[in-house]
Design a protein around this ligand. Sequence first.
Ligand code: NAD
Ligand code: DAU
Length: 359
Amino acid sequence: MHAAPATFLVTGGAGFIGTNFIRHTLTLRPQWHLICLDALTYAGNPANLDDLPERYGERYRFIHGSILDEKVLSNLFREENIAGVIHFAAESHVDRSIHKPQTFIETNVNGTCRLLTICQEMWEKTGKPAYFRFLHVSTDEVYGSLDDVGYFTEASPYAPNSPYSASKAASDHFVRAWHHTFGLPAIVTNCSNNYGPYQFPEKLIPLMILNILEERELPVYGDGANVRDWLYVIDHCEALLSVLEKGLPGETYLIGGGAEKRNIEIVELLCERLDQILDRRGRKRSHHLIRFVTDRPGHDYRYAIDASKIAAQLGWRARFQFEDAIEATIHWYLAHRDWVAAIRSGAYRQWLETNYDNR
Ligand code: NAD
Ligand code: DAU
């Protein structure tokens, strides 16, 4: 599919996963053109993609705009012959959704519906091309929380627990409805926790790396026993390409890395590894920075993915071992202190104060 030149719209491409997806896909699919549409919220960073126009010429274009803006979307679909949409744009941080749920409803629910509406109109106007795909990038959090045994599968019931996961669950249902009712060739993916380059340092792994570097406290929610199934972001990007090229409209695919870790294990591992790299010994060891703080309200205990459907049907499996990819991630943050410095603006500091000061 799409061996010929094709243009894809990537929403939210200036965020963590979108940036990795755009950079990786431009290399892997030399025939493809990508248009990034991003509203540049606090989580979107145009500097992530700055070098691309020069490197890829007309194969890459950036549009500053929102998925909530009907005019921007209609103009874009009129001007370009879009073969598919990879929909990343969202508010993505659970803690922020607890402080301010309304933005999550606006972007994740209303924004997705607006995008679906315009895609549907354009898909019909252009004669319902069979190759068109709407790929909705969603999360395993829509399935709620597991105890110590079992895995999420495509048949797991929806049971979102946070305003973030509820908004993503709602968007998944709308995507499904657009396929079922109007025939839009849409696919949903639900993925576990990603880590890797360009992740905004409000999320566990980059936050801990940077706090260790700066010898700040390491806030572990509750007792640190919660489990996440970690996936290197490049593996996620490759899974999305498989789904885009080989997945069936109307289907859901779960994506996971099979690397379950307790939060405290992650934090201790990052302390140990950075202590080795920075040659911190004895009383300088970072372990003393760990603080068990008030738990996240409604904190899901465990996520774990059974990724056998995507493996059996599309031939995708995670390529990266956790130990290698976490090492690469640590080194990326060490080598990109300017990227980090640019992000740690007043707005970022204000978030840290809002989220952590009363814990
Ligand atoms: P992110 O917060 O790093 O990036 C989100 C991007 O969306 C930002 O660039 C932001 O500017 C943009 N955006 C926000 N509102 C917008 C709007 N109205 N119009 C256009 N752009 C807008 O998020 P991420 O971690 O890269 O996640 C991307 C997607 O993948 C999200 O939909 C998220 O739910 C999903 N997901 C993330 C993970 C993970 O571990 N990070 C795992 C599974 C699924
Ligand atoms: O499962 C997929 C989801 O993973 C994505 O849909 C979300 O967009 C993404 O943010 C992520 O959600 P989590 O809530 O799991 O990620 P976060 O990095 O915020 O937290 C990971 C775990 O670490 C979680 O159990 C809470 C804990 N934590 C987090 C922070 C920021 C801490 O203990 N301390 C912290 O300071």
